[in-house]
Design a protein around this ligand. Structure first.
Ligand code: EPU
Length: 431
């Protein structure tokens, strides 16, 4: 079993390169199989979720080959099957995008009910509502979603909440629906826009991505294309927070600073100094940070995916901070682990109250999900002594090369293998 061990209280400084966005990558790979052609996807993060998806699409006859760690060739001309098996995608959520892309292009798909991080019930009723509005029959049998349509017809779909997954999934199917589909109350996240941009390069006609009303005019066919994925907003934010918690000076490079506005505003409110360039943000911090309140919201609000890391930071800042989670109904499960490091956090429903200024001290902790794992890494960087994080497969699902990146910034961090003794099994780790 691999673990990450951090000996904390090192001030981080230097530059870190941010990889392509996980949540764009996991939508754009399924989008590529909506096309009848060959696509080259560049700037993919080299993470577990991407590898799982690549294997899943291979299983239905797609020819798929990594040209290098970050570039994937996808030849989707010879799809032979429309069923994705549970064992291939059990640990990931984004497998549901294969439903939209296969249903759109072939009018049928069988995909397992999605897994992924557990922070509440995470239903997909809005996805299904959208598919049904376009004329599909959706049946759930033995844990698999069966989707079928004689033909798809454009429709007006109002989402009850601005769901990222539903917006992208409906777009994926609607590119082939006859006539016009409108998605009202659409999600505006950067990866929604990135997926729409990619589909448009393939030949789709999507307008309004990035606003709350998306309009898709169906086309007869999509063709392959080359595309470069946007940088990862959440990876970037995690390193910005790592700078703040270590009183550091980190230049977070290869990013779109605009995507970071909600976090940048909070860090400035806390007294961090930020320098913004065209494609970087430098975060300079002292130990005189002040408490702030945060409410998570759909983009352009403060991302729920940075909420756990922010709780870790607030634990070390003197004063009372309040974090309100509005996107998911149960995303504070990691707090039990953070408390083991000395955080003083109480949770009441969707609100966490953090009595900050605690001197964190290292402990053995468990990453209960991806961003929970990131929060424990961030907290471990500030804690006195050793923090040992287990269940790091969650972290590997979303962060490329996290230990080498942090080490290059001055962190004392290593990956150990408790079965083989101290070792470094990860193919990504270079020691
Ligand atoms: N929801 C429904 N019904 C639906 C769809 C969503 O009730 O049909 C609810 C959800 O339960 C949740 C809210 O709507 O309370 C928002 O969910 P959304 O659909 O936007 O989330 P998602 O598509 O499941 C994606 C990201 C998450 C990120 C959220 C919110 C991917 C693969 N996942 O999930 O990323 O937290 O959007 O921004 O894109 C992560 O990267 O760590 C991660 C969890």
């Amino acid at each position: 079993m691999e673990q990450i061990v951090i000996t904390g209280q090192k001030r981080l400084s230097g530059a870190v390169h941010i990889n392509g966005a996980k949540n764009a990558a996991v939508a754009i790979i399924p989008a590529a199989i909506a096309a009848n052609g060959v696509s080259i996807i560049e700037n993919l993060p080299h993470i577990e979720d991407v590898i799982i998806l690549a294997n899943a699409i291979k299983s239905i006859g797609v020819v798929c080959e990594f040209k290098d760690e970050h570039t994937l060739m996808i030849d989707s001309r010879g799809v032979t099957d429309f069923k994705i098996t549970y064992d291939l995608t059990r640990n990931m959520r984004a497998s549901y995008y294969l439903l939209g892309s296969l249903l759109g292009r072939f009018k049928r798909a069988v995909v397992p009910l999605p897994g992924g991080c557990n922070f509440g019930s995470r239903p997909i009723d809005q996805h299904i509502k959208g598919f049904e509005a376009m004329g599909a029959n959706i049946v759930l049998k033995h844990g698999l979603i069966h989707a079928y349509a004689e033909k798809l017809t454009g429709s007006h779909i109002y989402l009850d909440m601005a769901s990222v997954g539903a917006t992208i999934n409906i777009m994926l199917a609607a590119v082939y629906a006859e006539g016009v589909t409108t998605i009202e109350n659409a999600a505006r996240e950067p990866h929604v826009v990135d997926t729409a941009n990619f589909l448009n390069i393939l030949g789709a006609k999507i307008k309004g991505a990035g606003t709350d009303m998306i309009r898709i005019t169906g086309v007869a066919e999509l063709y392959g294309a080359e595309y470069q994925i946007i940088p990862d907003q959440i990876e970037a934010g995690t390193y910005m927070i790592a700078s703040a918690i270590t009183c550091g000076d980190i230049k977070v490079c290869n990013i779109i600073p605009k995507h970071m506005d909600s976090l940048s505003a909070k860090l400035i409110e806390m007294n961090c100094e930020l320098e913004e360039g065209d494609d970087y943000i430098r975060v300079m911090c002292t130990d005189s940070l002040q408490a702030v309140n945060v409410i998570t919201m759909a983009y352009p609000g403060f991302p729920t995916d940075l909420q756990p890391q922010m709780t870790a930071l607030m634990s070390t800042v003197k004063g009372t901070s309040i974090i309100t989670e509005t996107v998911f109904d149960n995303r504070f499960q990691y707090v039990t682990e953070l408390r083991r490091l000395g955080s003083n956090v109480t949770v009441e429903g969707r609100v966490a109250v953090i009595e900050g200024g605690a001197a964190l001290s290292g402990a053995e902790v468990n990453a209960v999900d991806l961003r929970a794992g990131a929060a424990l890494v961030v907290a471990g960087l500030a804690a006195r002594g050793d923090t040992t994080i287990s269940n790091i497969k969650h972290i590997d699902r979303g962060y490329e090369d996290i230990e080498n990146k942090l080490r290059s910034l001055g962190a004392n961090i290593r990956r150990v293998d408790t079965v083989a003794g101290v070792g470094h099994k990860s193919p990504r780790a270079v020691f």
